[in-house]
Design a protein around this ligand. Structure first.
Ligand SMILES: O=C(NC/C=C/[C@H]1O[C@@H](n2cnc3c(NCCO)ncnc32)[C@H](O)[C@@H]1O)c1cc(-c2ccc(F)cc2)cc(O)c1O
Ligand SMILES: [Mg+2]
Length: 214
């Protein structure tokens, strides 16, 4: 069928990656999206910054907002120790289905809890539904207008603790100006910008790492 971009990405993975080998799935997606058709994965350059932050944070509880095809979910899941929990939220059922199949192909479906729905609706339910207290790391990569309201929602729901790390993709391109202004001026966060490039292109972009101070 290959009627949608995510489906074409999934087909490429199934054709050219090694089943059960998450790194080969990551590489296959980067190869397809840099040579055949662009897609909004965090990509290999910003992906290396994500990897570094995951390894430094050694998180037990991770939340991702905006799964899409699951590329960044795989990058995170492959670096987590057994016992860690990775929750990823995706509101588009088709994207969620593709991501699920990519996790299965990579052999990481047991490491990932994929919730289908809007983060705005699901974030307030996480404590009750998933018995989660606080997140050690949140990767934010969904609609850029939702970065700020969802960050405030995480604060209000008591899902952040002193030391919790927020990592936000695309703070330059497409940009999340209201989020940046808030997070860089709010005394409850210490922020650091990591310059990079937009996935698969020579366009300036970067990720913002913010530590919640409690
Ligand atoms: O727009 C970008 N990302 C959006 C991601 C959306 C995914 O996340 C899902 N999603 C969205 N909001 C929510 C939500 N909650 C919010 C609503 O309740 N709750 C749950 N899931 C949600 C969508 O269903 C998609 O799966 C982007 C663009 C460029 C770009 C750069 C340059 C260009 F020229 C063009 C494009 C580069 C990037 O890296 C980018 O991430
Ligand atoms: Mg992004």
């Amino acid at each position: 069928t290959g009627t949608t971009r995510p489906l074409r990405i999934l087909q490429h993975v199934q054709r050219s990656a090694k089943q059960g080998d998450a790194l080969s799935v990551i590489t296959a997606i980067d190869s397809y999206c840099s040579k055949v058709e662009w897609a909004m994965n965090v990509g290999d350059k910003k992906g290396e910054i994500l990897d570094t932050v995951v390894l430094e944070t050694r998180p037990r509880y991770v939340l991702e907002l905006g799964t899409y095809c699951g590329y960044s979910t795989l990058r995170i899941a492959r670096l987590l120790p057994p016992g860690a929990r990775l929750i990823t939220i995706e509101m588009n059922p088709h994207y969620a289905q593709v991501a699920k199949e990519i996790f299965q192909y990579a052999g990481l479906d047991a490491q990932v809890e994929l919730l289908v729905g809007s983060s705005t609706v699901l974030i307030p339910q996480l404590k009750k539904k998933l018995d989660i207290e606080k997140f050690d790391l949140v990767f934010i990569d969904h609609w850029k207008v939702s970065y700020l309201p969802d960050t405030k929602l995480l604060e209000e729901c008591g899902l952040l603790k002193a030391g919790s790390v927020l990592l936000a993709d695309n703070v330059i391109c497409p940009g999340a100006p209201d989020y940046l202004k808030y997070i860089r001026n709010c005394p409850r966060y210490r922020s650091q910008y990591f310059p990079a490039q937009l996935e698969y292109l020579q366009v300036e972009d970067g990720v913002e790492k913010s530590v919640f101070l409690g």
